[in-house]
Design a protein around this ligand. Structure first.
Ligand code: NAP
Length: 303
């Protein structure tokens, strides 16, 4: 830890900070909380300045992005950090991947922290949200991105334990994360509102590629969950939406059969990129989507 002077939002603060190279990355918990409160007060002043026609920076809260060590989640984490959020980069196993996402964010002047948590483990999820609050400030949004494809096989060759694990990671995990996010953001729990984006899939509609029917079923349930939860928490300041990517170039699809042919057969005729999904998630969380809840946005090249 080194002591540094942080300037911005019309003032200065002396704080303890962790460094990546010579850049400030993550302020220590207690001091960050003081910095956050001061930023909020200055933000109110800034809002008045905006009313007078002056430009102002707005501090943003914390976002938890599950499964952000690589692929679509990493792209979402980097985009939301660019948008000004403090990002909790969640991972299950790939600590190096998560740290490199945090380093990339910090190298651009953003705030991020890597946290290991299995989204299917209730204790891990509770600890993760506690850490988001402590390290990054009040929660503004949750992106339920972590997911697995499961074993590629027809139903008559599927293993019961593998199916249960698939349901736990792809469905129970996002529900557990939503539970903690709502406790943190809902006006009924003393929060100021926020946004949840669930990463589903076009497989919810198509039934999935060969052998991935159970995976497709979890994504169909994710869309249903999105719709119902949006209604449940709409009056508490929380919008809930999902994105349904088509075939995106990540590690997940490497072992999937027929994936190149399916991408080539789509109207845009190519694989999607993780940043193309991240841009949609960023927009859904932003005030530009303030009248959108319970919606599923397809990001699939027309598939
Ligand atoms: P990916 O490259 O395989 O990355 C998956 C991420 O999820 C990794 O960060 C992984 O962490 C994390 N993860 C897996 N199990 C976890 C658990 N139990 N707890 C916490 N994190 C866990 O996958 P992707 O292609 O980016 O997919 C991201 C999301 O998009 C998934 O929900 C997927 O279903 C959905 N999607 C993908 C496509 C596609 O074509 N790629 C299409 C439609 C929908 P570790 O690295 O630590 O294991």
């Amino acid at each position: 830890m080194r002591r540094v002077v942080i300037a911005g939002f019309g003032g200065q603060a002396v704080v303890n900070a962790s460094f990546f190279g010579d850049r400030v990355c993550l302020l220590s918990g207690g001091m960050l909380s003081l910095w956050w409160q001061a930023s909020r007060q200055r933000s109110a002043k800034s809002a008045r300045e905006v009313e007078k026609g002056m430009a102002a920076e707005q501090p943003k809260g914390a976002v938890v992005v599950t499964g952000a060590s690589r692929g679509i989640g990493a792209a979402i984490a980097e985009k939301l950090a660019q948008d000004g959020y403090g990002v909790l980069v969640n991972y299950a196993k790939d600590a190096d991947g998560a740290e490199s996402v945090v380093s990339a964010i910090c190298a651009r002047g953003g705030r991020a922290v890597a946290v290991r948590a299995d989204v299917a483990a209730p204790g891990d999820v509770a600890d993760m949200f506690q850490q988001a609050k402590q390290d990054l400030g009040p929660l503004a949004a949750l992106v339920n991105n972590a997911g697995i494809a499961g074993a590629a096989a027809r139903i008559d060759a599927q293993d019961a334990d593998e199916l249960t694990h698939l349901m736990q990671v792809n469905l129970v995990g996002p529900m557990l994360c939503a539970k903690h996010a709502i406790q943190a953001m809902s006006t009924a729990h003393g929060g100021t509102g926020g946004s949840i984006v669930n990463v589903a899939s076009v497989a919810a509609r198509t039934g999935g590629l060969p052998g991935l029917v159970p995976y497709a079923a979890t994504k169909g349930a994710m869309v249903t969950f999105t719709r119902g939860l949006a209604t449940e928490v709409a009056s508490e300041g929380i919008r809930v939406n999902s994105v349904s990517p088509g075939i995106i170039a990540t590690d997940m699809i490497v072992t999937v059969r027929d994936v190149q042919q399916a991408a080539a057969a789509s109207p845009l005729g190519r694989l999607g990129r993780p940043d193309e999904v991240a841009a949609t998630v960023s927009w859904l969380i932003s005030p530009a989507a303030s009248f959108i809840t319970g919606s599923d946005i397809t990001v699939s090249g027309g598939r």
